[in-house]
Design a protein around this ligand. Structure first.
Ligand code: 5AD
Ligand code: SF4
Length: 342
């Protein structure tokens, strides 16, 4: 294992067989240590906080793992108004957020015109805007870029085409890849990522996922363990393995040393202090949920979502987080935290 890690540190490249060996390794401490070292060298000790606004839980898709899927009739649906989104923006800016992430299900109500208006208003503040609103056409991505969106998150979820199709009824794998290409070509900082622990997912396919992130030169990578959600086809499956997800994330850091990698909420949900472990294994970003209390509860992609103390109000949570970060030798960044910033 030491040899493979040394090669990764020196060349930022590994063969699939080498990644597979790391993913199978029993004692992964060395991998986490190496990823932490690379993170420190390339990104420093600053943590970028991205304020997450979940502005609609309405979705036309039917992803088999997700609680927001269209066929789940048991959840209450909502859309925030433009005013509510802008109020949330204002409070976030006052708290010091330099990036806002607008996330929703694939909700056609928010067409390009509505989104453009909202983005243009948000861009009057000095913040970066990240969108996480699913598959769109090239022209739609282009319009959103033109009104000021800086970044876009769209996970590939898995690069195993058969598994992709088994998880995503009526979705097209190639289209997903095309979306990532469009976004890159349009100059978005582009984020991808995968779920760890999907049914029948193999270690080999996770290695392919990591190589895929490298091949598209992703600017951000979000890795999360799968968490079973009631009232979905995958409700009775077992959750993904926290440490396997952490390994996938750490290896992504080794191969893409200068990108932004969040310690995902799913990691915290699966394991107490999971996000801190992630920050000590290659991650350098946290995305606190700043959606108001009432709506946050309804954005149930899986149960018990959110850090245990995220139920506090956004100010209290941010203060608490800042303290916690200081206690592990890290601090909250005051920049927008683009990939090339440092
Ligand atoms: N467990 C973990 N992550 C999930 N997501 C959706 N449903 C689940 C689940 N049950 C993730 C997907 C999606 C992101 C917004 O949330 O990877 O891209
Ligand atoms: Fe919709 Fe995204 Fe959930 Fe799929 S993962 S059902 S696209 S909200």
């Amino acid at each position: 294992m030491s040899k493979i890690l040394e090669k990764a540190l020196n060349t930022q490249f590994l063969e699939k067989s080498e990644i597979v060996e790391l993913l199978y390794a029993e004692n992964a401490e060395q991998i986490f240590f190496a990823a932490d070292k690379v993170r420190k060298e390339y990104k420093g000790d600053a943590i970028h906080l991205r304020g997450l606004i979940e502005f609609s839980n309405i979705c036309k898709r039917n992803c088999n793992y997700c609680g927001l899927r269209k066929d789940n009739k048991s959840i209450e649906r909502y859309r925030l108004t433009k005013e509510e989104i802008l109020d949330c923006t204002k409070s976030a800016v006052e708290l010091g957020y330099k990036t806002l992430v607008l996330q929703s299900g694939e909700d056609s109500y928010f067409d390009i015109e509505r989104l453009s208006e909202i983005i243009s208003e948000i861009k009057k503040y000095d913040v970066a805007v990240t969108l996480s609103i699913g598959e769109k056409t090239f022209d739609e991505y282009k319009s959103l870029k033109l009104c000021g969106a800086d970044r876009y998150l769209i996970r590939i979820e898995t690069t195993d085409k058969n598994l992709y199709e088994a998880c995503h009824p009526d979705m097209n794998f190639q289209n997903r890849i095309d979306c990532l290409k469009y976004l890159k070509n349009l100059g978005y900082e582009t984020g991808s990522g995968c779920l760890v622990g999907l049914p029948n997912q193999t270690i080999e396919s996770l290695a392919d996922d990591i190589l895929f992130f490298k091949s598209i030169n992703a600017d951000m990578i979000g890795i999360g363990p799968f968490i079973p959600c009631e009232n979905t086809p995958f409700e009775n499956l077992k959750a993904g393995d926290f440490y396997l997800a952490l390994k996938v994330m750490a290896i992504a850091r080794l191969l893409l040393p200068d990108i932004n990698i969040p310690a995902t909420t799913a990691m915290e949900t699966l394991k107490k202090d999971g996000q801190i472990l992630a920050l000590q294994s290659g991650a350098n970003v946290i995305m606190p949920n700043i959606t108001d209390e009432k709506h946050k509860k309804l954005y149930k992609i899986y149960p018990n979502k959110g850090a245990y103390n995220e139920k506090d109000n956004p100010k209290k949570y941010r203060d608490c987080l800042s303290q916690k970060l200081l206690s592990i030798g890290r601090f909250v960044s005051d920049t927008k935290g683009f990939r090339k910033d440092i």
